[in-house]
Design a protein around this ligand. Structure first.
Ligand code: ZN
Length: 493
């Protein structure tokens, strides 16, 4: 038995006024054929799980194509066409296959295809016919569509936010594929789309109210005849019809139990919907609370959430730290121009820099300060621990570390980098424990790394393309009614 492996992942923020282009994939992950095994077999990514699971089942794993770009704007038409052309050419060259393990993200949007995942999965289905199983994993932020469900035999979402179970879900998908090809199980999936989207602030699976929701799912998963059950929290920063939280269950053959477990989860969401709405802390309140706080604090910048597709150069919290003269504080900003200027000035020199705030005017003006240039680094680092996203190799490009007189240390990067690993600091000579306050541009994804050094986390309600307050956004395509936009609504699912 030969099983093909395909991976195409990107979370597309349609509110960002920039497009994701082909080079963004090349800069993050773009692999073909045997390179995929070499680079991903040991990773915490689901493709690593696919490979391990197929090997263990004694099947021939045929890695074909794996591409991923860091979350950013809608994918431009040309880049998406190029990705499709390459992927389908490689499928043609892969020889006869008995099934496909696929890793779409689930919240990918291209200029031409708002439901880009649904588009390529349906193209794959059309190509291989209905007799070949297609089983996939989905990021927990997937905006699930009917088309994705119709085009696949089974879809399995991550169960952890931060995403630490990607490899485990890959293994689960491979095991389901093995069972299906051996005719031991007959997966039939069903999805429901409640009129609801979960606020990002309440998406951490270790904390209430998600903790209780995921606990219920864990119990329901034990129902005889249920092969898989997933909660897809959804990605609110894509203005598409599919935007929202959804539930998907896979039964062994057609079964009423599949519908029953979905109804029970949907009912739990309906009854507790208010608890899943956001209550972010205003910036001034967060800054004032620092003065009374003795434990090391992580300020989570929700409006500039890099893992949610934001620019990574938002300055609003950093301005606050400067104005309040908070000592021993840290921020990382994407700013290739300032890296160049600091480099020309040289280590040990003092210069005035205008840092960050250059992508747009939604995330704060540049941070203007006289700084001491502390050091330069290549910006490449490695993470061995399971962290959000499952990556082990990171490259943030040439990096400068500078310090302001108030005690704010600024790391300036040449490429956008999400705060998924503390190696980002350590590889640039910074010990995270020497800081009292660290800004992490994210909401839940940084926790896996930052919990190692911080005991106090404040989710700061900053504006921007990933703001937690969804009333900031002018949606044109979302379903209506939907909680929290419409608070009194019929919920019949
Ligand atoms: Zn995600």
């Amino acid at each position: 038995m030969r099983v093909g492996i395909l991976c195409l992942m990107q979370e597309s923020n349609t509110f960002l006024n920039r497009k994701t282009e082909f080079h963004h994939f090349e800069e993050d992950l773009f692999l073909e054929g045997h390179e995929i095994r070499e680079k991903m077999v040991d990773s915490h990514h689901e493709v690593g799980g696919f490979l391990e699971g197929l090997d263990a089942a004694g099947f021939d794993a045929v890695p074909i194509f794996a591409a991923r770009a860091l979350p950013y704007g809608t994918i431009c038409k040309q880049a998406f066409d190029q990705l499709m052309e390459r992927m389908f050419l490689l499928i043609d060259q892969a020889g006869p296959l008995d099934g496909y393990l696929v890793a779409p993200h689930g919240a990918t949007v291209s200029e031409e295809h708002p439901d880009a995942d649904g588009y390529w999965l349906s193209q794959l289905r059309k190509k291989v016919g209905t007799n070949k199983p297609i089983i996939g994993t989905l990021d927990l932020h997937a905006n699930l569509s009917e088309r994705m469900v119709e085009s696949t035999n089974a879809l399995i979402g991550y169960r952890s936010n931060p995403h630490l179970d990607q490899r485990a879900r890959g293994l689960e998908a491979a095991s389901l594929m093995a069972g299906m090809l051996r005719r031991e199980v007959h997966p039939v999936q069903q999805a429901v789309f409640p009129p609801f989207v979960m606020n990002i602030e309440k998406q951490c699976t270790e904390l209430s109210p998600c903790k209780e929701l995921y606990g219920l799912a864990e119990e329901l998963r034990k129902t005889p005849g249920i092969l898989s059950l997933s909660i897809l929290q959804g990605y609110p920063y894509a203005d598409v019809e599919e935007m929202g939280t959804s539930l998907i269950a896979v039964g062994d053959g057609p079964s009423e139990k599949t519908n029953a477990v979905l109804q029970e989860l949907s009912q739990h969401l309906r009854e507790n919907r208010e608890a899943f709405d956001g209550t972010g802390v205003p910036l001034e309140e967060a800054l004032n609370s620092l003065k009374k706080e003795s434990s090391r604090t992580c300020l989570l910048d929700m409006g500039d959430n890099v893992g949610g597709g934001s620019p990574a150069d938002g300055t609003l919290i950093a301005h606050g730290l400067l104005n309040h003269q908070i000592p021993r504080s840290f921020v990382c900003l994407y700013d290739p121009e300032s890296v160049d200027r600091a480099k020309h000035s040289g280590i040990g020199s003092r210069i005035i820099l205008e840092m960050g705030g250059k992508t747009d005017d939604l995330h704060g003006p540049p941070l203007s300060a006289e700084v001491l240039v502390e050091g330069f680094y290549e910006g490449v680092f490695h993470e061995k621990q399971p962290r959000h996203g499952g990556s082990t190799h990171f490259d943030q490009g040439q990096t400068a570390v500078v310090s302001c007189d108030t005690g704010l240390t600024v790391m300036l990067t040449s490429k956008r980098m999400a705060p998924f690993s503390l190696e980002q600091l350590r590889s640039c000579g910074l010990d995270p424990q020497t800081f009292q306050v660290l800004i992490a541009k994210g909401v839940n994804s940084p926790l896996a790394a930052y919990e190692e050094v911080c005991s106090n986390f404040i989710r700061v309600d900053t504006p921007g393309v990933t703001a937690s307050n969804l009333n900031h956004f002018d949606y044109q395509h979302r379903r209506k009614p939907m909680f929290p936009f419409e608070r009194d609504l019929e919920w019949n699912i």
